[in-house]
Design a protein around this ligand. Structure first.
Ligand SMILES: *Cc1c(COP(=O)(O)O)cnc(C)c1O
Length: 250
C-alpha cells in the first residue's frame, strides 16, 4: 500500500509523504492546504525532530508524556528558535494532565469530562488555551479508548464550558484492517459524525474544524474521506522498535 523503505533521510521522507498527501487531495478534489501533516516522533529523539523541523515541519505528535517533555525542553533551547507545535496523541491518565496542560499545544485524545476539567484547571494563564479534539471510538473497538459516538456531542458541549480549553475537532484511530473497504467505512463513519457535530456546534464552536484521522498506512483513504490532519510516524522516521499498540505507557 505504501513504501516501507526506512528513510535514510528525513527530509526526503517528508517530501515523499507531502507528495502522498497532495496526490490524495487531488484525487478527492480537495485543496492540499486543507490537510495538515502531524509528524509523529514518538520513540525518535530530538535530533530526528530537529531534522524534520529544518526541513520545514512544525507540528509534532507524541504519545508518551515524559519522553515528549524531554524533547520539548531540549528543542525549546535551540538557536535559532524553532517555534514548534506539540500535539499529545497518546492516552492521558489523571496524574499526567498537569504535564499535558503545561507543555503541549494540542491534545487529540480527550475522552472524559474529568480529564477536561483537570486540563482546564491546570492550563497556565500565560499560554493560549489548549486545543483539544474529542477522541471517538468509531468502530466500537473493545480495546481502544475514545468515547462512544453517541456520547461525543455531550463531551464536546462540556468542553465548551471550559475557557482554558479550545475545542478544535474530533480524532479517531480505526482498527487496523486487512480490508481496505472496512478501513474506508470507518473513515466514512468518522466524517459523517464529524459533520454532524460541526453542524450542531457551529454557533458555539466556530473553530471545530479538525478531523484528525489517518496514519502512515491509511492516509490516502483518510484524506479521500475527509481527514484534515493526518498523523504520520513510520513513513517519516522509519520503523519504531516496538509497535505503538503494544507499547506500555510509562
Ligand atoms: C503512533 C501513532 C501514529 C503514527 O503511526 P504510523 O503508523 O507510524 O504512522 C498515529 N496516531 C497515533 C495515535 C499513534 O499512536
Amino acid at each position: 500500500m505504501y513504501d516501507t523503505l526506512i528513510p535514510s533521510n528525513i527530509a526526503s521522507a517528508l517530501a515523499h509523504v507531502r507528495q502522498r498527501i497532495q496526490d490524495a487531495a487531488k484525487r478527492a478534489k480537495r485543496p492540499p492546504s486543507d490537510i495538515q501533516l502531524l509528524a509523529v516522533s514518538k520513540t525518535f529523539n530530538a535530533h530526528a525532530v530537529l531534522e524534520a523541523a529544518q526541513a520545514g515541519q512544525t507540528a509534532f505528535g507524541e504519545n508518551y508524556i515524559q519522553e515528549a517533555i524531554e524533547k520539548i525542553t531540549t528543542l525549546a533551547a535551540n538557536t535559532p528558535p524553532l517555534q514548534l507545535e506539540w500535539h499529545c496523541i497518546g492516552p492521558v491518565q489523571s496524574n499526567k494532565t498537569r504535564l499535558v496542560a503545561e507543555h503541549f499545544d494540542w491534545l487529540h485524545t480527550l475522552d472524559r469530562a474529568k480529564i477536561a476539567d483537570r486540563l482546564h484547571a491546570q492550563r497556565p494563564e500565560h499560554v493560549n488555551p489548549l486545543n483539544v479534539c474529542i477522541q471517538v471510538n468509531i468502530d466500537h473497538s473493545a480495546t481502544k479508548s475514545g468515547v462512544d459516538p453517541s456520547e461525543a456531542l455531550a463531551l464536546a458541549r462540556h468542553v465548551l464550558t471550559l475557557p482554558r480549553l479550545h475545542l478544535r475537532g474530533m480524532m479517531c484511530i480505526p482498527d487496523p484492517s486487512d480490508s481496505p473497504e472496512q478501513t474506508r467505512q470507518a473513515h466514512r463513519a468518522a466524517k459523517t459524525l464529524f459533520d454532524t457535530l460541526r453542524a450542531k456546534l457551529l454557533a458555539d464552536a466556530p473553530h471545530f474544524d479538525t478531523l484528525s484521522m489517518g496514519m502512515s498506512a491509511d492516509l490516502e483513504c483518510a484524506i479521500e474521506e475527509g481527514s484534515t490532519m493526518v498523523r504520520v510516524g513510520s513513513a517519516l522516521f522509519g520503523q519504531r522498535p516496538i509497535p505503538a499498540q503494544n507499547a506500555v505507557q510509562p
